[in-house]
Design a protein. Structure first.
Length: 155
């Protein structure tokens, strides 16, 4: 099986499992995390947002991303909670109003998932990755601004 096809399957297969995971979160393993970060699969503008329920700026970013999603429905937003799913995580995600695929760490060694996402990432949150036209367009640590995100996509 070709690598792009395998990566596409890894991203599509969890969609059917959304209702079955805790709080609707799709569990993320190391292979899925690495596949998720491959830019070749993202033709349309895509943003992968890493967040935690304990991070106040992360919660603010979820609100910014929900606004971006309403303003730009063609933008694909994928969220990745860097903690195990639970009631608080579910409540915060649902309150944000975001739609789409949302993953959560379930590995007992979260550092291995961190490395699969980005070997150069120091663990700071919030963290966002931007993709467009099958290219990585940048990584942002800290609070997001819609204008800055759109500038990274060349709008």
């Amino acid at each position: 099986m070709s690598t792009p096809l395998l990566a596409a399957l890894l991203l599509v297969l969890p969609l059917g499992a959304l209702a079955g995971g805790a709080g609707g979160f799709t569990p993320l393993d190391r292979q899925q995390a690495a596949a998720l970060m491959q830019p070749a699969q993202y033709r349309e503008p895509t943003l992968i947002a890493l967040w935690s329920s304990e991070c106040a700026y992360c919660q603010q970013n979820l609100q910014v991303l929900a606004r971006l999603q309403r303003q730009r429905p063609e933008v694909r937003i994928i969220t990745l909670a860097v903690e195990a799913p639970g009631p608080e995580l579910t409540r915060l995600y649902q309150r944000s109003g975001l739609r789409g695929v949302h993953y959560a760490y379930t590995d007992p060694v979260p550092e291995s998932l961190n490395s699969a996402v980005d070997k150069n990432w120091g663990g700071e949150l919030p963290r966002s990755y931007l993709f467009k036209q099958q290219e990585a367009r940048g990584a942002v640590s800290g609070r997001l601004e819609v204008k800055a995100v759109e500038a990274a996509w060349g709008r």
